[in-house]
Design a protein around this ligand. Structure first.
Ligand code: G
Ligand code: G
Ligand code: MN
Ligand code: NA
Length: 250
């Protein structure tokens, strides 16, 4: 059981780190960038997964300082990568609901010196549950900073498409639940094909998540997906392995 107290201590004692997972272009097989993923290495309990501690962080409000730390850390790391490699940071709905997210993002960009176009924010569709006008305004304010905004875990959870009209995402990430079924279910393949068509017609680029096998890559390529991410390329890796990964890729 993760307690708020432990999480507070984790932040103070620097037990949190970011790991990075590559996204690969299906156009030219280049590494486009990396998604930053939080890791908690507890001195007694070992690795604690985000699924266990993010909810606690969200309920306690600790997600705000933790999220800002992750933003700054990811931007500072990415500023050392070869241009134009991008970094994507997951943003909790709780962060999106606070009015000062654009300022926090701007601070991270200033501190790191990272060009805004190299930062992507991954946001899930659950931010639209309350149909809050402030949320859409805030996403536009972020967009004006020059950062990219991706819709994460698409196709799961809150299932209304109305919000796609209310905010123009740069990128759509197809949830790995669909990719998992891609080779065994004609229906899953049909859903993926139609998500890709929808994204294309709305001028969004597309990423398939959870890609583990070469055959899945082939099918996604045939269906016109732009990018893939998943264990087939690499599991999330510590920051100090990113440069070597990029150099050795292909
Ligand atoms: O890396 P892993 O599969 O354990 O991540 C599990 C979940 O935790 C994913 O849904 C991911 O989006 C989320 N997550 C990982 N890092 C962060 C982060 O820095 N901020 C937020 N809000 N969520 C994160
Ligand atoms: O929700 P989000 O996309 O942010 O979650 C990313 C999570 O997905 C990470 O925790 C990461 O470890 C996990 N992940 C990444 N690639 C794969 C994969 O190929 N297969 C599976 N099962 N999980 C993956
Ligand atoms: Mn994500
Ligand atoms: Na996702």
């Amino acid at each position: 059981l993760v307690l708020e107290r432990d999480l507070r201590e984790a932040m103070e004692k620097k037990q949190l780190s970011l790991h990075y997972q590559p996204k690969v272009s299906l156009h030219d097989w280049e590494v486009i960038g990396f998604e930053a993923l939080l890791r908690w290495n507890h001195p007694e309990h070992g690795a604690i997964t985000p699924a266990e501690f993010i909810p606690v962080a969200e309920e306690s409000g600790l997600i705000l300082p933790m999220g800002e730390w992750a933003l700054t850390e990811a931007c500072c790391q990415a500023a050392r990568w070869p241009d134009p490699l991008q970094v994507a940071v997951n943003i909790s709905p709780v962060q999106v609901m606070t009015h000062n997210l654009p300022e926090a993002v701007q601070r991270a960009l200033r501190t790191s010196g990272l060009a805004p176009g190299r930062l992507e924010l991954e946001i899930t569709e659950s931010v639209f549950i309350n149909d809050n006008r402030g949320t859409v305004e805030r996403l536009h304010a972020l967009r004006r900073l020059g950062v990219q905004i991706a819709l994460d875990d698409f196709g799961t959870g809150y299932s209304s498409l109305a919000y796609l009209r209310r905010f123009p995402f740069d990128t759509l990430k197809i949830d790995r639940a669909f990719v998992r079924e891609l080779l065994i279910s004609r229906d899953a393949r049909s859903i993926v094909r139609n998500i890709l068509a929808l994204a294309k017609s709305l001028r969004m680029s597309t990423v398939a998540e959870g890609v583990e096998e070469p055959l899945q890559v082939n099918v996604l390529e045939a269906e016109g997906c732009n990018m893939v991410q998943g264990y087939f390329a690499s599991r999330p890796m510590p920051a100090d392995q990113v440069l070597e990964f990029v150099l050795k890729w292909r």
